[in-house]
Design a protein around this ligand. Structure first.
Ligand code: ZN
Ligand code: ZN
Length: 294
């Protein structure tokens, strides 16, 4: 069976098992994210959404001006699936060793009472920072924990929207840009597939788009002399691509050297040692990390 035929939830489970064996220091973090990603993948299968429609004349302008298809505010969500997943994520957090456990307790308690979940999702898409300050204050939870729970409960809807929207990209000429062609956000991680083709995964909607091997997504440099990489002797599947020009880096999963199942979102969280290595070498993460301790 080839890897892409494995169900994503199973892929996350297999990837977590091999990462835990290789990186015992990540055991509790991996257990938490494994449960989170499996819950999201199964929620995604239940997520029903009417596709977002882009009028032909609008699409023409987006293509011509090389703009992403939609803004974050235009995403739609399956409120029922999102509410159910939010309760599940709060349960996973409460039972974990995660520092967000007590905030999750408060969020779960407030859900459907003080906290109106549909409105939470809407404010997340609107990027309404003041709402998160105010709501976290009124519930008595950590603001970052509230944003984390909201984002991860919405993630299956965002992924379904992105998959549907990707059909509008078929006629687009090459998208050589470090921002997501669907939603305009930055990439979370890069992937080199078994054939050595490079792609970037969006940190918001998780759309994957192809990218030349020698290219910095943050400053668009294509100068091979300015693009290096760092890796750890013990884990060749993961490396950090660094740019000398803008001093930013992105982590890359190199599936060519992987003798195990790879699930990129899990690789992204199980590689803090590479973030440290890159920071010690003087590079900045070019991306939002969406980690509980960030
Ligand atoms: Zn995106
Ligand atoms: Zn750069």
């Amino acid at each position: 069976m080839t890897e892409h035929r494995i169900l994503p939830a199973r892929q996350a489970q297999l990837s977590a098992a091999s990462l835990k064996a290789n990186l015992p220091e990540y055991h509790s973090l991996l257990t938490f994210y494994e449960q989170l990603f499996i819950a999201q993948e199964s929620s995604k299968l239940q997520t029903a959404l009417e596709p977002i429609v882009i009028a032909p004349e609008v699409l023409q302008v987006k293509h011509r001006e090389r703009l992403p298809l939609v803004a974050m505010t235009e995403f739609v969500f399956d409120a029922a699936a999102g509410r159910e997943l939010l309760a599940e994520i709060c349960d996973i957090l409460r039972e974990s060793e995660n520092e967000m456990a007590s905030s999750a307790e408060r969020i779960a308690h407030a859900a459907g009472r003080k906290l109106e979940i549909d409105s939470l999702f809407r404010h997340l898409l609107d990027g309404d920072d003041a709402y998160f300050d105010e709501t976290a204050g009124s519930i008595g939870c950590d603001k970052k924990a509230l944003a984390f729970v909201a984002y991860h409960s919405l993630r299956p809807s965002l992924m379904v929207c992105a998959e549907q929207l990707a059909t509008y990209l078929k006629d687009r000429t090459e998208w050589k840009s470090g921002i997501c062609p669907v939603c305009g956000n930055l990439p979370a991680i890069a992937l080199l597939d078994k054939e050595g083709r490079r792609s970037l995964s969006c940190s918001f909607c998780w759309h994957e788009w192809p990218m030349p091997r020698v290219y910095c997504p943050f400053c668009n440099s294509t100068d091979g002399k300015e693009l290096n990489y760092l890796y750890s002797e013990t884990e060749k599947t993961l490396r950090v691509d660094c740019c000398e020009k803008c001093r930013k880096y992105i982590k890359t999963v190199d599936a060519r050297s992987a003798d195990r199942t790879v699930y990129p979102p899990l690789e992204q969280v199980a590689s803090l040692h590479l973030d440290m290595k890159a920071r010690d070498a003087g590079y900045d993460s070019g991306i939002p990390l969406h980690l509980p301790d960030e």
